[in-house]
Design a protein around this ligand. Sequence first.
Ligand code: GTP
Ligand code: K
Ligand code: MG
Length: 359
Amino acid sequence: MGILEKIAEIEKEISRTQKNKATEYHLGLLKAKLAKYRVQLLEPTKGAGAKGEGFDVMKSGDARVALIGFPSVGKSTLLNKLTKTHSEAGAYEFTTLTCIPGKIEYNGANIQLLDLPGIIEGASQGKGRGRQVIAVARTADLIVMMLDATKSRQQRYLLERELEAVGIRLNCEKPNVYFKIKKGGGISFNATVKLTQLNEKMVYHILHDYMLVREDISVDEFIDVVLGNRKYIKCLFVYNKIDSITIEELDKLAHEHNTIVISCEMDLNLDYLIDQIWKHLNLLRVYTKKRGEYPDLVGGLIVRKGASVEHVCHAIHRSLVDEFRYALVWGTSTKHNPQRVGLSHIIDNEDVIQVVKKK
Ligand SMILES: Nc1nc2c(ncn2[C@@H]2O[C@H](COP(=O)(O)OP(=O)(O)OP(=O)(O)O)[C@@H](O)[C@H]2O)c(=O)[nH]1
Ligand SMILES: [K+]
Ligand SMILES: [Mg+2]
């Protein structure tokens, strides 16, 4: 039996099985099995063309954003608007057949924007170029899910399902579970909180290794951790073609969570979109300065939110950490301006940093 048939069979069994206390355990095992097979779908198949599965586009710049959506929602039109790269756009489906990278320069950062072929329902099971597109989506720091404002609301739900099926988790945090393979085999299981959705027996049967659960997680979240190949990626939902819907419809869409409404054709809200992409990437721009000089406000360094002075030092020069004595920081991360800080100090957007080296 092929993987697809196995998946279909398990899905059928899950839908046949009534959900209650008595079947909870059995359902948990079925879900684990299902997840295993789905992930296998993503693995390159042996034989011709297996190597070039993804679209081989090099990562470049400070962050990568992937445009994911059904055909003809306007992905290529958007790339053409936001970057200097040209990607063919047309009124017919599957105009774009490969991955086309463009570059957005914003707030001192270079953001790589990837135009991709449209995906369709069943993409996760290999329909169209679905698998390749999804493989690229997994490498992104942010997914822009592009939707057609004139089409059914169902599209967003369908796409979310396709991405979920291959282990992409949108807009959620990685569950707080510590998991380690025991050398000699066997299982020990610990929880630091009361678990209301998982039980020990189920856990024992899903795995044979050591783990520590620090959060009241669900069965699905637990399976995610065990498989260890889940991707937790932020996603912005972008509705295009708002030039073609009513104000009432527009108002509804605009109020949804993590949602931005635009019109590529009429240049509506595109600046706001770029700003939101920047915000959702969680990038920080910091400025460096030398003693007795003004900070270099034109350049600046791009780092991730949560970065420490040590990260900044690395970004400036590899050996700077070894010569580091302390740093002076001006900005919102400090109580006094300037404040003397060590390597572990966490910096904020727009901070100014002066590194003082050992003599
Ligand atoms: N009304 C309207 N039409 C738009 C807008 N943006 C794009 N279009 C049209 O939508 C059609 C599809 O645009 P594309 O950019 O090719 O869409 P795509 O998502 O790249 O399509 P595929 O590559 O085939 O998946 C074209 O006819 C565009 O002119 C918009 O804001 N409003
Ligand atoms: K198109
Ligand atoms: Mg296209």
